[in-house]
Design a protein around this ligand. Sequence first.
Ligand code: PNW
Length: 469
Amino acid sequence: MSTGTGRRFPDGFLWGSATASYQIEGAVKEGGRGPSIWDTFSHTPGKTLNGDTGDIADDHYHRWQEDLGHIAGLGLGAYRFSTAWPRVQPGGRGPANREGLDFYARLVDGLLERGVKPVLTLYHWDLPQDLEDAGGWTARDTAYRFADYAELVARELGDRIDLWTTLNEPWCSAYLGYASGVHAPGRADGAAALAAVHHLNLAHGLGLQAVRSVLPSARGSVTLNLHVIRPADPSSDDDRDAARRVDALANRAFTGPMLSGAYPDDLLADTAHVTDWSFVRSGDTEIAHQPLDVLGVNYYSTGLVRRWDGVGPRSEEDGHGDALGSPWVGADDVEFVRPEGPYTAMGWNIDPGGLTELLLRMHREHPGLPMMITENGAAFADTVSPAGAVHDPQRVDYIARHLEATGQAIDQGADVRGYFAWSLLDNFEWSYGFDRRFGIIRVDYETLERTWKDSAHWYRGVVARNGLD
Ligand code: PNW
């Protein structure tokens, strides 16, 4: 099967795949790990599909050596994973838990032995429950605790880490966690969500400062799920204003402080009826504005918005699940419209052109900023043949088209340094539990056996030839 355009990527382009601690590790009560907000949330009835939890997940905590074998077998140049804060500091503060650090030190050494660069994310949503009990991301103190934790990990792993990423998708942590409530801790309070936005920006800055205080030449990054938001009717001023407001909340609330050192004025004005932003103290946005070596970009789909006329029910087509509240804090008259298909099993539309557009926008607005696609991929219902082969032609097609879209952005000047397929393994897909499978490797949740899907075999070829076939 030919999937591509024959496109080749620049020399040294980094090919990887990604995972996250709570989604794969399991062993939630082993090795001295403390509880996280996702343990609490997933064990609360009604919060996840089928009541699924990460208690066992892919049992990666015990099967990490086998998983290293798959990473090496794919020929990956890099592996993106996250460290679980509650394994390193069970209560979110105080001295490190040696067993937790040892687990990650072994994993990192195993990657290096196989010639794979470790790309580490410090926070992929598993906040220690004790910190949530003290206010979670609505509390300023959590940002300082994050910096302490970052320093502990930096001291342990040191220069063995190729790239340090502070946060994964703070948009999800803030708005899905504190406004719509579909993610842990499951709160529905717009003002709390905006405080969380700020404390996550602050945590990013303090965390990177802490890593570099131990490792002055550490390469630093953050991963954002930047949204491509289009007006339903491009000729409508109202629809274009709706798109601007959603863009402010989704993108510029993070790129403003982190990449430019300030919150955008329109964001502050649009949300003035929700909060006075008094949690922003003088000097905070300068702290958030740390030099970045790479910006991590996660991309899945695009959004279409219009001004809601207030008549009839507001469309809920933003693909964010059964919400208690809206993630779009303060944008009460904005409505999401279902974009054109086709769609993945998440109900997200497939729109590779949006990725080209996004990369070129970041290139234009932040010239010289190197980027990596730290997540891209799709959930589909895969077919298991009687012989045990796993056929996932839609995933191959999805990834191929997004790689071509990445190549087109590179052709037009965007500095894109790598691509990480989400995900290495089927895993705990947050509120969708094990029902939605993103892996290029299938996991049988009865036996925990791993089987390469067609997409894994295909991706191995992409990595080997540094391009599409
Ligand atoms: C990202 N949304 O999550 C995460 O980084 C991964 O852990 C996750 O498995 C992957 O994408 C697939 O979902 C998202 O509602 C979760 O827009 C929700 C949204 C976006 C990204």
